[in-house]
Ligand binder design. Sequence first.
Ligand code: NAD
Length: 496
Amino acid sequence: MDNAGQQFIGGKRRAGAASEELSIINPATGEVLATDTAASPDDVDEAVHAAHDAFPEWSGATPAERSEAMLRWADLLDQRQGELAAAESNNGGKPIKLAEGFDIPGVIDNVRFFAGAARNLDGKSAGEYSPEHTSSIRREPLGVVGSIAPWNYPLQMAAWKVLPAVAAGNTVVLKPSELTPLTSVMFAEAAQEAGIPDGVVNIVTGTGSTAGSALVGHSDVAMVSFTGSTAVGRQVAATAAGQVKRVHLELGGKAPFVVFDDADLEAAARGAVAGALINSGQDCTAATRAYVQRPLYEQFVARVAQLMNGVRMGPVDDPTTDMGSLISTAQRDRVAAMVERARKKGAAIACGGYVPDGPLADGAYYAPTLITDVAQDSEIVQQEVFGPVLVCLPFDSDDEALQLANDTPYGLAASAWTGGVFRAQRAAREIRAGCVWINDHIPIISEMPHGGYKASGFGKDMSAYSFDDYTNVKHVMSDITGDREKSWHDLVFTGR
Ligand code: NAD
């Protein structure tokens, strides 16, 4: 068991000072992986001070210096891929093949991308936009960024929060989920080994109500970057509003998956299974609502159910396991209760809908589940389940499909499945979501932005667009006439 402490403050790893105990477990087995005392408000304060003290040196480094340190960081993470993947898999209850093939390589590519992007901050070209002045743009870091991450992709979420901030010259205090801090601490330790100065990346592991709210409300935190549920995002935004503090919110999702009658049915069915079950469905962009045009509906339901029944749940360290557990028994019970409520209201369960018994009973497993015969306004269609559950509804016209796709409070991601270029373009244009995939669902890439519409939040993760959140654009306007009496002074006074 790892008891070295889950705090990394000013370059030192230690235990937290709060009275709350943290027990970090493998949710697939119930085994305790590490224990710690949680971060207290004093720990948060110390971390913010460390970040504040590190800011002048880090923001004063040249982009090339920051970039070189980040490239060394990427190389260290690369060398530790196996260790990171094992920790991510055990702490998240996710299959080792997902951690090895998606989480860890994605993070390393992100570090390399932001190492390059650090040298490419852009703005409008300097010039004479008035005949009497030269205007230029400075893009400046904000200071200390307070970041808060969820448990579903612990290291990827840490990377998405930390990398654009530090690439742009900010310093960061990251609060990972109290359930999944292990790889965030490893990430910060590697930053230090790569030569990134102490205090640039700090980790405070504690509960949302104690450490999270202390971080959001801290007067020396210039910006809060939050990824998590819409309910907590609202509280974070309310606190930040009181301090006129910048916020970046990546919140919940309820992605539609629209299958038109000219789609490749087999491609769509396979896409739906992978898109709904990735990370046991605990993915903010997961396919959750399949709308299928009536001629394909019955076949689609049958094929998805058949494929879902073939998904192998199992121990997370078994390379043949397709789907692991949920993050906790509490989350599993929440998912099971939502499915039960849908069933009581007349939903049909085409497959799954149960907690597996036998060898998996010690973990927080829930079977891949496909639900039909539900109303558009029902809870299971409107609310985020965050589990391996897909609902499927039929539609008749294209207008109806797009209206249904947009009919939830969320707008994070969506996909449209069609062989028709006009249909694809219309779906891309009319679905109100931060990402619309055509004939695929889930892939992400470091160069392209991730972020929401509507109750899914605002601000972009990944890509150069994220610098708009993590920098301030300053206009410098310099007189080029040398005149004491400027042409516009007459508008205010004419005195000699
Ligand atoms: P959550 O909102 O419960 O917690 C997220 C983080 O906020 C955790 O670190 C938690 O400790 C902290 N927190 C809780 N209360 C707080 C408070 N009052 N003040 C400050 N911090 C507080 O979410 P979760 O259950 O960890 O994660 C699942 C949610 O995250 C889902 O809704 C999912 O859609 C969302 N998510 C969104 C994205 C995205 O990019 N949009 C990505 C991943 C997850």
